[in-house]
Design a binder for this molecule. Structure first.
Ligand SMILES: [Zn+2]
Length: 199
């Protein structure tokens, strides 16, 4: 790799740590920033500093927030008795985009993954169990991904919550909207058949 002046090399090294960014992309970004105005560069630096300084996790649902409790947990119009359990805060945006969910959330910050050393202790579940135990929740929707690890996490959570008086549901999986059945894989097709509903 070409040798750059120290500040530039340092920026490239930091950018390279971002997901999906290799050496070449990191160099391109660094040179782009070098050419950008002082104002733009400062705005980016300030946004990065503020990210760590002002964001924290909601003490109720573990969502990333700048106010505690977060906007969902503090909302008087959302159904606080309906909780959607997701792996990461980014999944909340996917659910919100549907505009059809009016409940609140609980973020696990991961999935069970014995291969990567992630056990129940690494997931954030204490506050969820406490809320269910306190009788504050009517239904828990397990909305972890339909991957091996997401399914294992949903099964494990269902087992944990089953002893408590709460309705436990799992999101349906199956055939994606707009897809041609000819090209759907057998696992998705099997799930679609399992999750069929009365019309
Ligand atoms: Zn919250």
């Amino acid at each position: 790799m070409q040798r750059y002046a120290e500040p530039l090399a340092r920026l490239i090294e930091e950018l390279r740590k971002l997901p999906g960014v290799g050496s070449k992309t990191a160099q391109r970004y660094a040179f782009y920033l070098l050419r950008s105005s002082d104002e733009d560069a400062r705005a980016l630096a300030e946004a990065l500093a503020a990210l760590k300084a002002s964001l924290r996790l909601c003490s109720i649902c573990n969502n990333v927030t700048d106010v505690d409790p977060c906007a969902y947990c503090a909302s008087p119009v959302r159904n606080q008795r309906l909780v959607c359990v997701v792996e990461e805060p980014t999944a909340i945006a996917s659910v919100e985009r549907t505009r059809s969910y009016q409940g609140v959330y609980h973020v696990l910050h991961g999935t069970l993954s014995p291969l990567h050393g992630v056990g129940p202790d690494q997931l954030r579940i204490t506050s969820l169990v406490a809320r269910v135990e306190a009788g504050e929740i009517e239904e828990v929707i397990l909305a972890t991904s339909p991957t091996l690890e997401g399914e294992a996490t949903a099964d494990w959570l269902a087992g944990l919550l089953r002893r408590l008086p709460v309705r436990i549901t799992r999101i349906a999986t199956g055939v994606p909207a707009g897809s041609d059945l000819e090209y759907v894989d057998e696992v998705s097709m099997a799930r679609a058949l399992e999750g069929r509903r009365e019309l």
